[in-house]
Structure formats: C-alpha cells, structure tokens
Write a protein that binds this ligand. Structure first.
Ligand code: ZN
Length: 170
C-alpha cells in the first residue's frame, strides 16, 4: 500500500495526511460555498455568534439563512454567551474517529441565554476524567486543516476554523 501524499489535485486533498479529502467532515467556510460564512469570520475574531431575525426577533442556533418562524431573509448576527455548564459528558477514551484525538469529549451543555438553552458541544484541552458534571466551560476556537478548493478554475486555499469548549481553570 502506497503512503498517502499531500495531493496537488484539486478535489482530493490529503489534508496534511490527517485523513483523505472524501472523509472531510468540516464545512467549507468561504463565501463561495457557504452562506453562513460570517459565522466562521466571527469565530476567527473570537466571537460565538448566531442569526437573529430582524422582522420577528427569533434567534436560532445554528445560524440560518432564512428565519424558520416567519421566513424573512433579513437576519442579523448576534453574540452568544461564551460560558456554559456541563450537564452530562461522554468520553471516547480510545479509537476516536479519524481527525480526532482521544479522549474525545462530548458534553451536553447548558447556557444562560433565552434562545440557546442547551447544546451538544465538544470539549478540548482537557485530560481523560477531568471534566465533571456541573463544571464551567468556555468557548474556544481551533484551526481545522485547510482545504484547497476550485473557484472558477482558480485554486484557493480555504483556511478553516471551528469552535469547541474548554474547562474554566479554577
Ligand atoms: Zn422571523
């Protein structure tokens, strides 16, 4: 079996040998491919945001391109709280999926916000067994392997970022 090399071929990126492009589970975050791209721009600025309807005031998470309550397309970006409390957790101690390291910690989080009461989130920067129910965690961003994409026959490197939560150190 030949070793996977970082490919110059657009559409089959090896993603720095983390996994093959076809197994990529992260969204393309540029305006050409994603209508909620401001969410990712906001992540790069350290902001946890979502969309609010300018007509009826309804806030949704994850962000939308149309209001699910009144179908208006006029939405604005609003900030969400960056701290949450752990309600329950699950840890994958070995055998995490490709692109993730063990322990892979997924938590049910609760927020002090009328529109975002609960969220299933990933917790990073924590050791196995470190996170407990009732702990406080805070929003954090991390970089995702870049993905080369073709935009009208010009290859563009799509830098990517995503969010998770990390323990608040006492
Ligand atoms: Zn609305």
């Amino acid at each position: 079996m030949t070793e996977l090399q970082k490919s110059e071929i657009v559409g089959t990126p090896a993603l720095n040998n983390v996994y093959i492009g076809e197994m990529d589970m992260w969204p393309l975050e540029s305006p050409e491919f994603n209508r909620i791209y401001p969410f990712y721009d906001n992540l790069r600025a350290g902001k946890f945001t979502t969309t609010k309807c300018k007509k009826c005031g309804h806030i949704t998470f994850p962000p939308q391109v149309i209001c699910p309550k009144c179908w208006a397309e006029e939405l604005e970006w609003v900030e969400l709280p960056q701290k949450a409390k752990v309600v329950a957790i699950t840890e994958t101690q070995a055998g995490a999926p490709l692109g993730f390291e063990s322990p892979l910690i997924i938590a049910w989080l609760t927020f002090d916000h009328p529109a975002l009461k609960h969220l299933i989130g990933r917790i990073i920067h924590a050791k196995e067994g470190e996170v407990k129910e009732g702990d406080e965690v805070k929003f954090v961003t991390f970089s995702v392997p870049a993905n080369p994409v073709e935009v009208k026959k010009d290859t563009k490197i799509c830098d990517r970022v995503f969010y998770a939560f990390e323990p608040v150190k006492k």
